[in-house]
Design a protein. Structure first.
Length: 137
């Protein structure tokens, strides 16, 4: 009778055992796929931010060269804002994805860029597409 009882318990408990094993297998597989998907997502968004910051930096360097060649008294405010933008870009933590104020700093850079564009009287159009990114005027 003891052998029959053990066999009966094995049959009754099979559902619970298989449920636990299935859960563990699914958890392990999901964790692995989650890491892969997270890396892809991070790489994509990191590249977008890097491209945007790179366009701002190229824009700022080009205008610094243009304003230095014909600097007048009325361009001093433009130069001050321009140098502030370049400083913010250079301090941006490119290599620290865990930086807790990353988005705040990015928003400040965007605001400073818009301020500079207003002072320079240019209308930027920053776009990221499958072919690449660009800044048009």
């Amino acid at each position: 009778m003891a052998g029959t009882q053990d066999m009966f318990d094995a049959i009754v408990m099979a559902d619970e055992r298989f449920h636990g094993e299935g859960y563990q297998e699914g958890y392990e597989e999901g964790s692995g796929l989650g890491l892969i998907e997270g890396r892809q997502h991070g790489t994509f968004h990191g590249a977008k931010i890097g491209s945007e910051i790179g366009c701002y930096q190229g824009f700022a360097f080009a205008w610094r060269c243009l304003l230095h060649s014909c600097a007048t008294e009325k361009d001093s405010k433009k130069m001050k804002v321009l140098e502030s933008l370049i400083g913010m870009i250079q301090k941006f933590p490119y290599d620290d994805p865990t930086y807790d104020k990353l988005h705040e700093d990015l928003d400040r850079i965007r605001g400073k860029f818009k301020q500079l564009c207003s002072l320079l009287n240019v209308q930027p159009d920053f776009k990221i597409s499958a072919e690449g990114s660009g800044l048009a005027f």
